[in-house]
Write a protein that binds this ligand. Sequence first.
Ligand code: BDR
Ligand code: CA
Length: 313
Amino acid sequence: MPQQQKIIIDTDPGQDDAVAILLALGSPELDVLGITAVAGNVPLRLTSKNARKICELGGRPDIKVYAGASRPLVRHLTTAEEVHGRTGLNGPTLPEPTMPLQKQHAVDFLVETLMSEPSGTVTVCPLGPLTNIALALIREPNIAKRVQRIVLMGGAYFEGGNTTPTGEFNIYVDPHAADVVFRSGIPIVMMPLDVTHKALTTAKRVKAFRDLGTPVGIATADMLDFFERFDERKYGTDGGPLHDPCVISYLLKPELFSGRECNVSIEITSELTMGMTVVDWWHVTKRPKNALVMGDIDADGYFALLVERLGRL
Ligand code: BDR
Ligand code: CA
């Protein structure tokens, strides 16, 4: 088998985060070195528990899960229970996890791993607010040149925001952290709402998960049934956007996505547009290109990959 890609998933589960984790666990090309939890969709106490529930659902209680930041760098924590439910994983009934939470802090784990693994071999996959990643960069700036790349879900350009008119949730919750990350010089691949709003959990696609007939397939369908309610009402669509698995799918099948290299700057001063990802899509400034901003997705290919990989668990 060709060498596995080493990844760290930084996450705030969240049903779509959960599907992203399951996709990684079902994919032999990926070596999940650890999962770091951050406060976001729900508080840290729940995201660090939910990550373990999902590892156990995926049959991988051996995966190491670390708790990180319990609040953004500067602003108060904004959560999204209206989307994800009180637990963050409403939908299926999943047992309390028995696998332990690691004692080490997530930021220490990130720094230690990125400094000890060979340079340029670890991809970091943030699926929530970027607080842990920014803290790691502040703690040990040398990690910036050692990270292979960051592939993240966050931001929006043509679609506008989902939390404010210009703010996508992950970036809006901790814009100062996003600013640190986008200025870090690490190669970034960004999956914005422009992509994820084309990846809808239609009734037919959810049924394909349920038809797997496995605990993972049924729990995934239950999660998606719950999670899409809010967005179906909001956008008037059949299904809601399945955001976070786009990140893991990109590692497995980059050809499902297309985009362009741009400068992305984060708004951190205006309260009106706080957390906006200002994408220089048309290259109208001389600001340096710092991200590959995705704009399109083969949604049928994406869901086919998800069903196939979750079917292995
Ligand atoms: C992002 O916000 C969260 O609600 C989702 O998990 C996703 O990471 C979408 O804006
Ligand atoms: Ca998320």
